[in-house]
Design a protein around this ligand. Structure first.
Ligand SMILES: C[C@@H](N)C(=O)N[C@H](C)C(=O)O
Ligand SMILES: [Zn+2]
Length: 214
C-alpha cells in the first residue's frame, strides 16, 4: 500500500504537465490531451484514481497547496488537479448536483495528497486534530477525502466563519459563537455532503471523508 501511494504520488507529478493521467490503476494508465474533458464510456473501478475534471466542469478550483497561499507558505503541488478514487468522485458529483440546484457550487481546496506532503504538513502542525499523523496517514493520502467550501451564483465564496485551514476552535463543528447565517452555511455544507456518503470531522468544517474509506 505504501509503495502504491508513493508511486501514485510520483505519477501525478509526472503527468500533470501537458497531459493528464485520467484513469490510473496499478500497472496501466491512459493519458489525454490537456484541454479536452474525457468522454469515456468505460466505467472505472471504484478504487481507480481519476481526475475530477474528466467527469465534470461544474466545480470551482482553489487548490491551495498548488499555490503559496496555505499554512505551509509554499507551493507544494506541481499541478492544481483534483485526483480521487472513483467512488469518491461519484459521491462528490452527486453532492455538487444538489448544491447546484440550490444555486451553489463546490469550490475545491484539496483532494488526493501525497504522503510526502502529509509529512511536511505534520512537521509544521503536529496535532492530529488538524493534520493527520503520517504514521497512520490521512484519508487524503488514499483518495477518499476532500477539503471544500461553496461559492454562490455570483462566484463569491460563501462565508463559513473562518478561512480554510484555520486550525483552532472557531473551525470546529460544535463551535457555537457563529452568526445564524454562518451556522446555516456550515449546516448546509455538512448536511448535503453527509447525505451523499461523506462524513465530517469534528475539528474542520471543510474536511470530508467518504464513508468506509480506510
Ligand atoms: C491539513 C488539513 N487541510 C486536513 O486535511 N486535515 C486532516 C485532518 C488530514 O490531514 O487528514
Ligand atoms: Zn482535509
Amino acid at each position: 500500500m505504501k509503495y502504491f501511494i508513493l508511486s501514485f504520488g510520483l505519477s501525478i507529478f509526472t503527468f500533470c504537465g501537458a497531459t493528464r493521467l485520467e484513469h490510473f490503476e496499478t500497472g496501466s494508465f491512459r493519458s489525454h490531451s490537456y484541454n479536452s474533458p474525457v468522454t469515456d464510456t468505460i466505467e472505472p473501478q471504484d478504487t481507480a484514481f481519476v481526475n475530477l475534471n474528466a467527469y465534470s466542469s461544474d466545480f470551482n478550483y482553489d487548490m491551495r497547496y498548488a499555490t503559496p497561499n496555505n499554512f505551509l507558505k509554499a507551493k507544494v503541488y506541481d499541478c492544481a488537479e483534483c485526483y480521487l478514487r472513483y467512488a469518491t468522485i461519484k459521491a462528490l458529483l452527486a453532492a455538487n448536483k444538489e448544491f447546484g440546484a440550490l444555486g451553489y457550487k463546490i469550490t475545491i481546496y484539496d483532494c488526493y495528497r501525497p504522503l510526502e506532503i502529509q509529512k511536511r504538513m505534520y512537521k509544521i502542525v503536529p496535532d492530529a486534530r488538524y493534520v493527520a499523523n503520517p504514521k497512520t496517514g490521512s484519508i487524503h493520502n488514499r483518495g477518499g477525502a476532500v477539503d471544500i467550501s461553496l461559492i454562490d451564483s455570483t462566484g463569491a465564496v460563501v462565508p463559513m466563519g473562518t478561512e480554510f485551514d484555520h486550525f483552532g476552535k472557531e473551525a470546529h463543528q460544535d463551535y457555537t459563537k457563529l452568526s445564524p447565517e454562518i451556522r446555516a452555511n456550515r449546516n448546509l455544507l455538512r448536511e448535503i455532503m453527509e447525505k451523499n456518503g461523506f462524513e465530517s470531522i469534528r475539528t474542520e468544517w471543510w474536511h470530508f471523508n467518504l464513508k468506509g474509506s480506510t
